[in-house]
Design a protein around this ligand. Structure first.
Ligand code: DAH
Length: 357
């Protein structure tokens, strides 16, 4: 093709064309190239038409043939590249649906124990070497076990329907408000064997219920772990030694505990136990509210009435008991500010709390 009668820029454009076409790897780039060569305005084709218009009459025919040939050539090449690219795009889309059978399969998610259950298991592991086994009691409990057997007086405010969920049909039944009724059940069951066993010791984890509004630190259902030991000559020193051991096992060897006098009808004396804040080692932080200590459980020496109710001679046997809030400890250890996270079961929270077990 003789391009000499056209401006030199057209000759250059034509020799660049094949390379530029090759460089178009997607349809957008191709459209841009098409615009630059064949577009109505400001394209090489438009400029050729201007040249044609301005050319002397006798050259027009020949020049017109050259221009048409050039445009046709570009057009054909663009069209075929376009269909290539469209085919490529179809193939890519199809490829993305194809399974690569040589890839290792995604592992099925295995599920895991809930962080609260893991903490309960850990507590059981801490107490097992001391001879404690795990007991369970019903969540729908009788007043006799939840209150009477624990020396809780008839007029105690906790018995009121403002604090306790009562069943409407079975008026004697309620949702247990603590795990302490398991004490009553286990003592009654093991009383006939106490001599032969040399005492009783157990842990009783489980759900408890109270009429509390849900907020960052309250829930109408939460978990407690009850602990009890009955033996001969048991005193506060045994309780203190046991809890000291347990808290060191749980929080590390620098853990420290302190006792504050408190009152629970089923123990005498009763106390509340604080642990030196495991997060700041007692120097003061948000979790311990700058006091250096956090309360983790209620405890005391088993009230003689509790032993008597169960048929155990309180002049021979004595013991200690304690009850701790599982969520409270979990929140402290994990620095979780909102109790509700433990019940919402957001997979991201659960994974952050320890993931797969
Ligand atoms: N049952 C008590 C509560 O829910 C906790 C408690 C205090 C348990 C003293 C005990 C104990 O065994 O000795 O608040």
């Amino acid at each position: 093709m003789d391009l000499r009668s056209l401006p030199p820029e057209i000759g250059k454009a034509h020799s660049d064309f094949a390379g530029l076409l090759e460089a178009c790897t997607d349809l957008d780039a191709l459209l841009r190239l098409k615009g630059a060569y064949l577009g109505r305005d400001d394209s090489f084709a438009a400029r050729m038409m201007d040249t044609l218009k301005a050319s002397p009459k006798e050259q027009k025919k020949e020049l017109g043939i050259v221009i048409n040939a050039l445009k046709n050539q570009w057009e054909e090449a663009l069209k075929s590249r376009q269909s290539n690219l469209e085919e490529l795009r179809r193939q890519r889309a199809a490829m993305s649906l194809i399974w690569d059978v040589t890839l290792p399969p995604p592992l099925p998610s295995r599920g895991a124990l809930h962080p609260l259950m893991r903490l309960i298991d850990r507590l059981a592991d801490v107490f097992r070497p001391l001879g404690y086994h795990v007991e369970e009691g019903p969540e729908a409990e009788t007043e006799a076990h939840n209150f009477d057997g624990l020396n809780i007086p008839e007029d105690h405010p906790a018995r009121g329907s403002a604090d306790t969920f009562y069943f409407q049909k079975h008026t004697d039944l309620l949702l247990r408000t603590h795990t302490s009724p398991v004490q009553v059940r286990v003592l009654k069951r093991l009383a006939p064997m106490i001599e032969q066993k040399g005492g009783i010791r157990f842990l009783a984890p489980g759900r408890v219920y109270r009429k509390d509004e849900i907020d960052p630190t309250h829930s109408p259902m939460f978990h407690q772990v009850e602990g009890m030991l009955v033996g001969r000559g048991i005193g506060m020193q045994h309780l203190k030694g046991t809890l000291d051991y347990a808290m060191k096992a749980l929080f590390g060897s620098s853990a420290d505990i302190r006792f504050r006098p408190s009152y629970f009808p089923f123990v005498e004396p009763g106390c509340e136990v604080d642990v030196r804040c495991p997060l700041c080692s007692g120097t003061g932080c948000r979790v311990c509210k700058s006091s250096g200590w956090v309360e983790i459980l209620g405890a005391g020496l088993v009230h003689p009435n509790v032993l008597k109710f169960a048929g155990i001679k309180s002049d021979i046997w004595s013991g200690f008991a304690f009850g701790m809030g599982v969520e409270r400890i979990a929140m402290m250890v994990s620095q979780t500010p909102d109790l509700r996270l433990f019940f919402e079961n957001d997979q991201r929270f659960l994974a952050a709390m320890g993931g797969m077990d």
